[in-house]
Design a binder for this molecule. Structure first.
Ligand SMILES: *Cc1c(COP(=O)(O)O)cnc(C)c1O
Length: 398
């Protein structure tokens, strides 16, 4: 005991109402073959577990530059303003709109699934004059449809989703950027489920803004939202009359940290960026071409296998996403019961449908680290041997 200090009984009593013995964390090893998150690569997990370093440490600053350069490669862009937003894909999604939309700006959203609607919702919150064109969930827009909508609405921004995770449709992008230049509007593209798994050529396609996430095609856990903005979008940002109405996502402030000045903005989630660097390093090491064809081959094997079991794909082959397959649930099957069984008995996650497709489809993701022939075979075997038990009238199902 230290003399001269008050005795402990003179201190306030500790409130022990919420104190209890809690077990250390324990989580199962699931195989995540749903719409995301996907499993992270083991070396990404090791990178995440490293001791943090300061977010202004010169070594960290070097790492930031590497992450930016690797992101430019993954997106095939030279955009100076390319960085991972601290937050999930939705944060980067919101950043594209927060930075470029001024009240009253017309934003045309091409909606063909759940995430198109989210773009329209966000644009409205930044007081855009939101216009929407829609296609049924499972289809894509043609150039003619986009051309006449641009002609009719004359928007400042056309926003659309490349890989619509809710439907499994890949929107063909050739020519869309040229249309946007012709109609003098910016092109904003959601590449959340395409980055790393589906051919993407941002500069060649003349995309002005794009965003993605860490947990789908990049084999990293959720937590970062890659963001990029080209010179035409930067010019719109520079010409704003008012401040960007979102402090956290203001790219002009963030660029003082990610650009050469290295001015503190918020404490970077350094370990997430360790993981992101490793995920992007793995992608660069494999090579984009190889990664894209791996996703394609494995998805084709899945489609063939499921079709040979009599199952139907929701999307015509020409528009199908290699990263996310939508499979129609047969009329006599309780789709939710089967996916619950896969999760609880085999530790495999497969997604269900959203919105208009709820109860009608399963969503099977083969993204990043998870796009392997072994995973395809494992899933196909389960569909073959176990699905029959979930058909109506089957006596084993209950
Ligand atoms: C997952 C997803 C998002 C949202 O990303 P989060 O990381 O969940 O915030 C946005 N768009 C599409 C197409 C997605 O699949």
């Amino acid at each position: 005991m230290v003399s001269g200090l008050p005795m402990t009984h003179s201190l306030p009593q500790i409130d022990s109402r919420h104190r209890r013995s809690v077990e250390p964390i324990s989580t199962p090893d699931r195989l995540l073959l749903g719409p995301g998150p996907s499993n992270a690569h083991p070396t990404v997990l090791s990178a995440l577990a490293r001791t943090p370093i300061g977010h202004l440490d010169p070594l960290y600053v070097d790492l930031m530059g590497e992450v930016q350069e690797l992101l430019r490669y993954a997106w095939q862009t030279d955009n100076r303003l390319t960085l991972p937003m601290s937050g999930t894909g939705s944060a980067a999604m919101e950043a594209t709109l927060a930075n470029t939309v001024e009240p009253g700006d017309r934003v045309l959203v091409a909606v063909k699934g759940y995430f198109g609607n989210r773009l329209a919702d966000m644009a409205g919150r930044y007081r855009a004059d939101v216009r929407v064109i829609e296609k049924p969930w499972g289809e894509a827009f043609t150039l003619d449809e986009l051309d006449s909508a641009l002609q009719h609405h004359k928007p400042a921004i056309l926003a659309m989703v490349h890989a619509e995770t809710s439907t499994g449709v890949c929107q063909p992008m050739e020519g869309v950027g040229d249309l946007c230049r012709k109609h003098d509007c910016l092109l904003l593209l959601d590449t959340v489920t395409s980055l790393g798994g589906v051919p993407l050529y941002l500069d060649e396609w003349k995309v002005d803004m794009a965003y993605s996430c860490s947990q789908k095609g990049l084999s990293c856990p959720p937590g970062l939202g890659p963001f990029t903005m080209g010179p035409r979008a930067e010019a719109k940002l520079a010409a704003r009359k008012d401040k960007v109405p979102n402090w956290y996502l203001d790219v002009s402030l963030l660029n003082q940290y990610w650009g050469s000045d290295r001015v503190y903005h918020h404490t970077a989630p350094v370990n997430m960026n360790f993981g992101m660097r490793e995920a992007l390093r793995l992608l660069a090491d494999e090579g984009l071409d190889n990664a894209w064809s791996r996703h394609r081959c494995n998805a084709e094997a899945l489609w063939k296998g499921l079709e040979s079991l009599g199952l139907e794909m929701h999307v015509p082959e020409a528009l199908r996403l290699p990263t996310l397959t939508t499979v129609r649930i047969p009329d006599d099957v309780d789709g939710k019961a089967f996916s619950s069984y896969l999760l609880n008995t085999h530790g495999i996650e497969v997604g269900g449908g959203l919105g208009a497709l709820a109860g009608k489809i399963w969503r099977v993701g083969l993204m990043g680290y998870n796009s392997t022939p072994e995973n395809v075979n494992r899933l196909l075997n389960l569909f073959e041997t176990e699905l029959p038990r979930f058909r109506e009238g089957s006596c084993v199902a209950a």
